[in-house]
Write a protein that binds this ligand. Structure first.
Ligand code: UTP
Length: 409
């Protein structure tokens, strides 16, 4: 795309200001800007005009049946045998969602490259791979691994993995793919300029991971390998159990399309989204959507009825994902502090929200699968999220939990 074409395209969308500093840019910067404009995903315009109703009005919310620890313990041998067999037969792959920006943690570069060690380095990626390698050793088979990155961290992520010899994993089993980016806009719908030569673009959420895998040609790769199940997981949980044979077996044995690792809420007001039913379909209800009555409702065993808090570790049936991949998942419009070019030509992060980003969420894909098994895990053993530097869900709290699990820091 040349300058004139870009100008005409932007004029049609009311975004001509993106070329305001074009003449001040180097030839390489000009070329990058034109390329970014040519690749721009304009679907945000429709989202702004007709935002998806995310209020949940009109839903028929009921508690969902799940599998609690006593049942899992009682059937552990049965589930483990099924899981081990599936992994040995090469039917299970893992997908690491690592395209996020980790803004709350506030570090440059990929969150997985963060060193949580104290006396020696221990990177988040490394700790997660240690967990996966435990499964490999136990089962005697590798699980192919796919890693989603974004424009913002792709090079840094791939070179970090190369530098660390894929943390002991065979290189031919690790494949990277890049998710799409979406522009950020101000309150008038104008795309924000981050620098003179670049609009503010950020990863478009973790909901599009499977559609992106498909576009990247990786679904053929899954078929060639005979994969039937995909275990997706977030980069920020250092106690993440990946391709856990018991979980894999329980999901397969119950015949659902999606297994969802969950922590069991004991405090009715804990701030975590919980699995539920909307009529006869599985759904997720956010903590702020639960009424007092729902939050405190008990089931026949005296447990909280809405207790299955999701932790971003799901096992999806591949054939179901292929069936639903073309279905639209809601776009969440979120107000954020977006780094922007100030009048003095310097890029700064504002003190308060200055615009909107467009994101899809993996959890919305869970609903579309039609049948979900909430599968409870021991919180202290499997859930140590790192979202912040200090306080709740932080480097500090994750370190404590790692120590509790015998990890030397
Ligand atoms: P979070 O929702 O915690 O977002 O991601 P984040 O971008 O990492 O962190 P903040 O909100 O900026 O502080 C949960 C998981 O989903 C991945 C993240 O990498 C993390 O594993 N993710 C998030 C993506 O892969 N792509 C995205 O666009 C967003």
């Amino acid at each position: 795309m040349n300058f004139e074409q870009a100008k005409a395209l932007l004029a049609a969308h009311g975004q001509e200001h993106l070329l305001r500093y074009y003449d001040e840019l180097s030839a390489a910067e000009q070329a990058t800007l034109l390329q970014t404009i040519a690749n721009m995903d304009w679907s945000f315009e429709e989202e702004l005009k007709n935002p998806t109703d995310l209020t949940g009005a009109g839903r028929d919310i009921k508690p969902i049946k799940g599998m609690d620890l006593p049942e899992i313990e009682a059937r552990k041998a049965e589930f483990e045998a099924i899981g081990v067999e599936a992994i040995k037969a090469g039917k299970v792959a893992a997908v690491l969602l690592a395209g996020g920006m980790g803004t709350r943690l506030g570090v440059d570069g990929p969150k997985g490259a963060y060193d949580i060690g104290i006396t020696k380095p221990l990177y988040i990626f490394e700790q997660q791979m240690k967990n996966l390698l435990e499964v490999v050793a136990k089962v005697g088979a590798y699980v192919p691994l796919y890693i989603m990155t974004s424009d913002k961290n792709h090079e840094a992520t791939t070179s970090f993995w190369a530098e660390h010899n894929n943390f002991g994993y065979p290189a031919e089993l690790v494949k990277f793919f890049k998710q799409d980016m979406a522009p950020a806009v101000d309150y008038d719908g104008k795309i924000i300029l981050e620098t003179k030569g670049m609009p503010a673009m950020s990863p478009n959420g973790n909901g599009g991971w499977f559609a992106t895998m498909k576009r990247a040609g990786l679904v053929e790769d899954l078929h060639e390998k005979g994969i039937e199940w995909l275990n997706i997981y977030a980069v920020d949980n250092v106690l993440q159990r990946i391709a856990d044979p018991v979980f894999v077996g329980a999901t397969i044995a119950t015949g659902v399309n999606c297994g969802a690792k969950s922590i069991s809420k004991t405090n009715p007001y804990e701030k975590v989204g919980v699995l539920c039913q909307d009529g006869d379909k599985p759904d997720i209800i956010e903590y702020y959507e639960l009424t007092d009555e729902m939050a405190n409702e008990k089931d026949e065993n005296g447990n909280l009825a809405y207790r299955f808090g999701v932790i971003m570790n799901y096992l999806f049936r591949l054939s179901k994902l292929e069936e639903i991949v073309e279905q639209k998942i809601p776009v969440h419009i979120v107000e954020k502090k977006i780094e922007c070019l100030c009048e003095d030509g310097i890029t700064r992060k504002p003190d308060k929200e200055n615009g909107k980003k467009f994101e899809t969420l993996a959890v919305d894909l869970v609903k579309l699968t039609g049948s979900v098994l909430p599968y409870v895990v021991v919180r202290e053993k499997e859930f140590a999220p790192i979202k912040n530097k200090t306080g709740v869900d932080s480097v500090e709290s994750a370190r404590e939990l790692l120590k509790l699990n015998g990890v030397e820091l």
